[in-house]
Design a protein around this ligand. Sequence first.
Ligand code: FPP
Length: 253
Amino acid sequence: MGYKEQLDLKKLPKHVAIIMDGNGRWAKKKGNPRIFGHNNGVAAVRDTVEAAAELGIEFLTLYAFSTENWNRPRTEIDALMSLLVSTINKETKTLLENNVRLRAIGDLNTLPKLVASQLKGAIDKTRKKTGLHLILALSYSSRWEILNAARNLAEDVKLGKLDCEDINDSVFETYLTTSGIPDPELLIRTSGEFRVSNYLLWQIAYTELYFTPVLWPDFRREDFYQALADFQKRERRFGKTSEQLVTNMNVNS
Ligand code: FPP
């Protein structure tokens, strides 16, 4: 039986986040420059987005470019930026056909003008779509996001729009770039690394983590289904005991 057949479609996570890692190593193994790996990573993005949309997952957040990635060699940054522009151009039609709404999180002001304008164009065109929300994390890092939120929050307190005593989880959440988006229930990282790399740190407080040795360009829908099947085997307790969960289930049912 394949992993897809094992899935309980009624218990899928609403939001899956992915750290797409291993493009460089994949290319190196084949004796090619790193950008060859990024180019081939697009096929993995396409297959995963299609699978998520078909399953009815509501949010998929992909770590496409981190704040730290700006420290890579200029040639690699330029190649990644033009890959983003060409992929957005090529894929917008498919997104529309699949009812996918494109969004972006991160310090988008730091993106090259062409990337920012293509991205904005695709976001505008897909704005009315009601299926999967595909969220690209671009020039994103959690510490940037949290500091940015703290700065804006402090500004609002200074302006008298908010009292310090009123700051709680849900107020703070409205200052994050993911405001209104439910926290991911599942975070997948490819390439055998066991880190979260400054990704959605506030949002993954209770998220299940799934690590696979598969390098991102080789990642396909079957790998995605496997991660979901693994997720469904886990018991999510949110700090409670197993017994409390059983009692709550009985109370609610
Ligand atoms: C990490 O691999 C991958 C990236 C920094 C870029 C991800 C980009 C893509 C998959 C292509 C385009 C994406 C979209 C959404 C159109 P790495 O370079 O860190 O690999 P390594 O760890 O093996 O060096």
